[in-house]
Design a protein around this ligand. Structure first.
Ligand code: FMN
Length: 147
């Protein structure tokens, strides 16, 4: 299956998580990591794995803003897309994982099919965010072979 890993990151935590998930998926799938996701370059139909931290006050990181704004403004039909979201944030903020929540809601609204419930990683509790992300993916990645 084609898998597009879409990364929102400022200092690299979410990028490390994306690299780890790519390593777990690439034996069985065609996987591409997008650090500056452009809507027109993303395959459809495909599984989109969003891997994003949160910045500002609940905001999507700058590198993912053009993609996010495109979705909000153009409202493309995403019914050929299935997706899951890995949200990385700090529970010291009221807007914990706000970007992941917004991206999840937006994809859902545009008709994309959620394959697994969002994973939220609290960096205050998880010094190595790749670890919970890897366990989460391992627990269900076989389902990607049949979908
Ligand atoms: C200026 C700043 C603002 C942040 N705002 C939020 C926030 O609103 N909600 C949240 O859950 N985490 C917030 N965080 C925590 C980051 O999401 C967390 O440190 C994450 O690991 C950063 O990952 P990245 O390096 O991939 O961007 C903020 C961090 C910084 C430095």
């Amino acid at each position: 299956m084609d898998i597009e890993i879409i990364v929102g990151s400022t200092l690299g935590s979410a990028e490390y998580v994306a690299d780890e998930l790519e390593a777990l998926l690439k034996e069985q799938h065609q996987v591409k990591i997008h650090l500056d996701a452009e809507f027109s370059e993303l395959k459809q139909p495909a599984f989109w794995l969003i891997c994003s931290s949160t910045h500002g006050a609940g905001d999507v990181p700058d590198n993912l803003q053009p993609f996010f704004q495109y979705l909000l403004e153009q409202q493309p039909d995403l019914s050929a897309v299935s997706y899951s979201v890995v949200a990385i944030g700090s529970s010291s903020y009221d807007t914990f994982c706000g970007a992941g929540k917004d991206l999840d809601q937006t994809l859902n609204k545009l008709g994309a099919k959620k394959l697994k419930e969002r994973l939220e990683i609290d960096v205050d509790l998880e010094p190595v965010p790749e670890e919970p992300a890897a366990s989460w993916l391992e627990s269900w990645k076989n389902e990607l072979n049949v979908s």
